[in-house]
Design a protein around this ligand. Structure first.
Ligand SMILES: Nc1ncnc2c1ncn2[C@@H]1O[C@H](COP(=O)(O)OP(=O)(O)O)[C@@H](O)[C@H]1O
Ligand SMILES: [Mg+2]
Length: 379
C-alpha cells in the first residue's frame, strides 16, 4: 500500500527503496526505513503482539540515539522523554492514545512516527473534519458492485480503522474533536468492544492484537465538539507542550529546516542559525505577550505563531535566498514570512506588529536590517 509492490503496473516507478527519492513527501516508514530496520535488527527486548519494535526501541526512534553497531538514529521529536515513554506505554495497553496540544506542537508528526515505528505503517489515517462521515470510521460500499451483486465482502470498502483492526496496526485519527459526535460514537464501540459489526453481511471484524488508535486534537477546538465522556474514557491523554526554552525551539527549527531543505533539494545555507534564532525570538515574544527579558509587555497577535510556523517561515526564506538572493539567509528573506504569520487580522494584528517593531525591534542591537525589512513588509 505504501510502496508499489512487485505486482505494481509496469509503468509504475521502480519498486526499489531508492525510488522514494522522487516523492514530494515520503511517509515516515519510507523516509526512515534504514533507521527502522537497524532498530529492529538490534532490538532483543520484548515486543508487544504485532509490534515491529519493542517499546524502548520506539522511544529511541522518536528521540534519537546511537545503536550498539554505531548506527545513529536521528531525533524526530524534541521534548520530554517521559512524555514519549507514557505515550508508547499507552499503545501497549488496550487504551487508545490522544495527543492534545495547541497547533504546531508536533501532534500529527508524533502520531505519524509512532505509527511508523509500532506498525511499520503510518498511512491508516482518518482526517477529522465537521464533514467526516461514518464510513471513514466504519466501512462504506462500492456502489457499482453493491447494486450488481448485493452486499458482499467484495463490495465492502473498509475504513482505515477497519483495516487496522484486521491487521493489528495503529489507526490514526486527526483532529478527533472536529468529528461530528454521532461519528465519534461509532468509535466508542470499536474501542470498547474491539469489534466492528457488519450487519449487512451478518458478520463482524474483530480486532487483531496490536490494533490501537492514535488520535490528535487541538486544545483550541475544545467546546466545538466536546468529546463525550464515554469516548474520552477510552483514551489516555498526553499533552504536547510548546518548547520550554528558546534554545530548544531553535534546535527544533534548525533540525527540521535541514530535513525539509534537503527534501526540497535546496542547497544548505551557511550560518542560518542567527536568522532562525531571530524568527524564534520574535514568535516566542509575541505569543507570550512579553519580551524575553520580561521588561516590555506586548500586544499578542491573533495567529498561533507556533514552532511549525517558524519552520515554514525559515524554509520560505531559504527558498528566497537561494533563488533571488546570494544564497545566504538574511533578515530581508524572513521578514515577509514573519509579517505574514503575525498579521492575520489586518487591523488589530497590524497594530501589534508595528508596536513591536517600534518598541522592541528598533532598539535591538544587530536588528537594524530586520527592522527595515519588517517595516517594508508590513507595507
Ligand atoms: N517538539 C518538536 N520536536 C520536533 N518537531 C517539532 C516539534 N514541535 C514542532 N515540530 C515540527 O512542527 C511541524 C508541525 O507539526 P504538526 O505535527 O503538524 O503540529 P500539530 O499537529 O500539533 O498542529 C512538524 O514538522 C514538526 O517536525
Ligand atoms: Mg496536526
Amino acid at each position: 500500500m505504501s510502496q508499489p509492490g512487485p505486482t505494481a503496473h509496469a509503468d509504475a516507478a521502480p519498486s526499489a527503496p531508492e525510488s522514494d527519492a522522487h516523492l514530494l513527501r515520503a511517509h515516515a516508514e519510507q523516509a526512515f526505513a534504514a533507521e527502522l530496520a537497524a532498530l529492529a535488527a538490534q532490538d532483543d527486548a520484548l515486543r508487544p503482539p504485532s509490534w515491529r519494535l519493542s517499546p524502548g526501541a520506539v522511544v529511541t526512534y522518536l528521540l534519537g540515539g546511537t545503536l550498539p553497531d554505531g548506527t545513529v538514529v536521528t531525533p524526530k521529536y524534541v521534548g520530554p522523554r517521559r512524555l514519549v515513554e507514557v505515550a508508547v506505554a499507552t499503545l501497549a495497553t488496550d487504551r487508545a492514545l490522544l495527543l492534545l496540544g495547541v497547533p504546531g506542537t508536533a501532534k500529527t508528526w508524533v502520531s505519524e512516527h509512532l505509527a511508523a515505528a509500532v506498525s511499520g505503517d503510518s498511512t491508516l489515517l482518518v482526517q477529522g473534519t465537521a464533514g467526516t462521515p461514518e464510513e471513514a470510521v466504519r466501512y462504506g460500499w462500492n456502489y457499482a458492485r453493491l447494486i450488481a451483486e448485493g452486499p458482499s465482502a467484495a463490495a465492502l470498502v473498509p475504513s482505515p480503522v477497519m483495516v487496522a483492526m484486521r491487521e493489528g496496526k495503529v489507526a490514526r485519527i486527526e483532529e478527533l474533536t472536529r468529528i461530528p459526535s454521532d461519528v465519534q460514537d461509532a468509535l466508542i464501540t470499536v474501542l470498547s468492544e474491539k469489534s466492528l459489526p457488519v450487519p449487512e453481511l451478518g458478520t463482524e471484524v474483530q480486532a487483531v492484537r496490536g490494533f490501537t488508535v492514535i488520535a490528535t486534537a487541538n486544545d483550541r477546538d475544545r467546546g466545538v465538539n466536546e468529546l463525550s465522556s464515554a469516548l474520552r474514557r477510552r483514551f489516555s491523554t498526553v499533552v504536547l507542550p510548546l518548547p520550554a526554552t528558546a534554545e530548544e525551539e531553535v534546535s527544533i527549527v534548525v533540525q527540521r529546516v535541514e530535513q525539509l531543505g534537503a527534501s526540497l533539494e535546496l542547497p544548505p545555507v551557511p550560518d542560518a542559525v542567527e536568522e532562525i534564532r531571530r524568527v524564534v525570538t520574535v514568535f516566542r515574544e509575541l505569543r507570550g505577550g512579553r519580551t524575553e527579558d520580561g521588561r516590555t509587555t506586548l500586544k499578542q497577535p491573533s495567529g498561533t505563531l507556533s514552532t511549525a510556523e517558524a519552520i515554514s517561515v525559515v524554509v520560505n526564506g531559504i527558498a528566497l535566498a537561494t533563488h533571488f538572493g546570494d544564497g545566504v539567509l538574511r533578515a530581508a528573506d524572513t521578514a515577509a514570512g514573519v509579517v505574514g504569520a503575525v498579521v492575520r487580522d489586518p487591523v488589530a494584528d497590524r497594530v501589534a506588529w508595528s508596536e513591536y517593531l517600534e518598541a522592541v525591534v528598533r532598539e535591538r542591537e544587530g536588528w537594524a536590517h530586520f527592522y527595515r525589512a519588517g517595516r517594508e513588509a508590513a507595507g
